[in-house]
Design a protein around this ligand. Structure first.
Ligand code: ATP
Ligand code: MG
Length: 224
């Protein structure tokens, strides 16, 4: 029997027992994000990983961020070759600020109680997230996976987390991923200065950046 629309979506979600979700500005997405998500997928036996480009993050100024459609399309291009990866528009389509706690709650409602949700984050962002509003609700709805990231010590992070929450080792876990000292900030600066960004991110994303003149000094600052 062929199922379409909402019913088909429900059946597909029912098969997902272990769901990874990875939020980020993805401005642009790069191999640091991808290797982190893939390591989490394989190490934690995740059924899939959903990338969620952020809408209006409360912790970053909107004018610093590229229009949502560019960040969404770059993320789609980057994950196109991995059949376990998907991209969600949920934060982009939701008006107002985007809070991780609300996003995770939405996934919890959509997938139901039978799915374990793993929120994948780098060691730097993990500390930030755990000081945001609604951390108790967040930890009730998902496990947090704090991935190693060059320049950020997991041990330090663990110690600082210990004083923040008592759930390290229960709801919060650390994950060693191959170290890639790549950041979107560095990529944007390289483009601005005319330096190469080859091998830092998928070629399709590199071409997209060129085609749309992103991160150049005269880059457009339109919304949407
Ligand atoms: P920016 O420099 O603009 O902050 P970024 O490279 O940190 O960009 P984000 O979109 O802010 O990318 O990050 C999304 C998530 O990916 C965060 O949880 C972040 O910690 C994680 N992350 C980003 N780069 C890496 C990396 N090289 N290794 C491991 N995790 C990473
Ligand atoms: Mg960042």
């Amino acid at each position: 029997m062929l199922l379409w629309g909402r019913e088909a979506g429900k059946r597909m979600q029912a098969r997902v027992r272990r769901l990874g979700i990875m939020g980020g500005t993805f401005d642009p997405i790069h191999y640091g994000h991808l290797v982190t998500a893939e390591t989490a997928r394989t190490e934690l036996a995740l059924d899939k990983v959903v990338f969620i480009p952020s809408g209006r993050p409360p912790h970053k100024k909107v004018r610093d961020i590229s229009p949502a459609r560019h960040r969404y399309l770059m993320t789609v291009l980057a994950v196109a070759t991995n059949s376990w990866f998907e991209v969600s528009r949920t934060e982009l389509d939701r008006p107002g600020y985007s809070y991780t706690v609300d996003t995770v709650a939405e996934f919890r409602r959509g997938y139901g109680g039978g799915t374990d949700i793993f929120f994948i984050t780098g060691a730097d962002a993990c500390l930030e997230i755990l000081t945001w509003k609604g951390v108790d609700e967040l930890l009730a709805n998902c496990y947090i996976i704090a991935a190693s990231r060059p320049g950020f010590s997991l041990t330090d992070m663990g110690q600082r987390l210990g004083s923040l929450v008592s759930l390290v080792g229960e709801r919060i876990f650390t994950l060693e991923v191959p170290a890639l000292a790549i950041s979107s900030t560095d990529i944007r600066r390289r483009v601005e200065r005319g330096k190469s960004i080859k091998y830092l991110l998928p070629e399709a994303v590199e071409q997209y950046i060129k085609k749309n003149s992103l991160y150049c000094l005269q880059a457009n600052d339109e919304e949407g």
